[in-house]
Design a protein around this ligand. Structure first.
Ligand code: NAP
Ligand code: ZN
Ligand code: ZN
Length: 347
């Protein structure tokens, strides 16, 4: 076993604190990654605070992991010691079911193994995430990272990047199409950059007027304040696609009213409580309400390669791990510009 340092939550109501634990030994197909940076996703907060249920403590969050390889198992062919490596939200799946065969490991019929708070395939030990010094991952779940990009700014691509890239591709965003992005945080700012890079006309729909200048610099063509009810009138029946990244409860009906005929609103944010949707919100203009969960390994690599080619990375604020609890409080207030990334040297 490999002694490993990390930060863990011991319960839903306690702050994260230093925690020592064991990683499994490096098996034939495994890779040992020294973690340089880990992004902070709002899902970390939902999970640590048990807002979705099912949290197991101690819980080490973190699924936006970048680092370099320090050891490879004897059957590893895809990577070598010294290579850069990334790990996102998934570390294993059955690899045989229909979903896995379709490269949609996130929907594995046997249940994908998520990077933290998931049972390992041995079904006895839990997975521990990237707020830690090192991680052991099967080579099939490790991503290649281009040395062209700033490593710390690449970390958020492993969740925020793929989670927004995947629906933009799946709903086939075309040049000139009208895309609304709801919520300018970690996911939202990547959605703006990626949709703009695909040629869409991007409108930022935000509760924070102070973010307008940033939204435009990130690539948004328009900005609308959703605290102002006139916004919903001004943009009624307007969008082809809305990407909703809000982490807290809100009225989906109001946002659906901004979709044009056959438009789709894709839920990415997962507020802790269920919401009511009126049938009229969708039947009026044959609208769709949909959802999307991260992305499979193949698509994640495609997104990383696309970002390397287009020089797209995340806008980040680097923090030492000792500031993680303050960072959570700031994210809950919407005060993040636009992703916290932990420098693991500080561990
Ligand atoms: P984040 O950085 O905290 O950003 C969320 C943004 O939503 C905030 O910056 C704020 O933007 C807006 N917001 C927050 N509270 C709000 C409220 N009460 N009313 C209206 N707007 C509010 O979070 P994130 O890391 O991007 O994650 C967003 C959500 O996506 C979380 O629920 C997370 O669990 C989920 N997620 C889902 C997937 C998936 O695969 N589907 C993957 C990763 C994360 P403004 O200030 O612009 O309004
Ligand atoms: Zn995430
Ligand atoms: Zn499977």
């Amino acid at each position: 076993m490999l002694p490993t340092k990390g930060y863990a939550a011991k319960s839903a109501t306690q702050a994260l604190e230093p925690f020592q634990f064991q990683r499994r030994d490096v098996g034939p197909n495994d890779i040992l990654i020294h973690i340089d940076f880990c992004g902070v996703c709002h899902s970390d907060i939902h999970t640590v605070r048990n807002e979705w249920g099912g949290a197991n403590y101690p819980l080490v969050p973190g699924h936006e992991i970048v680092g370099h390889i320090t050891q490879v198992g004897k059957s590893v062919t895809k990577f070598k010691v010294g290579d850069l490596a990334g790990v996102g939200c998934l570390v294993d799946s059955c690899r045989k079911c229909h979903s896995c065969e379709m490269h949609l490991e996130q929907f594995c019929d046997k249940g994908a193994t998520f990077t933290y708070n998931s049972p390992e395939k041995n079904m006895t030990t839990p997975t521990y995430g990237g707020y830690s010094s090192q991680v052991v991952v099967d080579q099939d779940f490790v991503l290649k990272i281009s040395p062209k990009l700033d490593l710390a700014k690449v970390a958020p691509l492993l969740c925020a990047g793929i989670t927004t890239y995947s629906p933009l591709k799946h709903w086939n965003v075309q040049k000139g199409e009208k895309v609304g992005v709801v919520g300018l945080g970690g996911l939202g700012h990547m959605a703006v950059k990626l949709a703009a890079s695909m040629g869409a006309e991007v409108t930022m729909l935000s509760t924070s007027p102070s973010k307008e200048k940033d939204a435009k610099e990130l690539g948004a063509h328009k900005f609308a304040n959703t605290r102002d009810e006139n916004t919903f009138k001004a943009y009624a029946n307007y969008f082809d696609l809305i990407i909703d990244t809000i982490s807290a409860a809100h009225d989906y009906n109001k946002y659906l009213s901004m979709l044009n005929i056959d438009g789709t609103m894709v839920l990415l944010g997962v507020p802790p409580t269920p919401a009511e949707v009126h049938a009229f919100s969708v039947i009026g203009r044959r609208r769709s309400l949909a959802g999307s969960l991260i992305g499979g390994l193949e698509e994640t690599q495609e997104m990383l390669d696309y970002c390397a080619e287009k020089n797209i990375t995340s806008d980040i604020e680097i923090i030492p791990i000792s500031q993680i609890n303050t960072a959570y409080e700031r994210m809950i207030k919407g005060d993040v510009r636009y992703r916290f990334v932990i420098d693991m040297k500080s561990l």
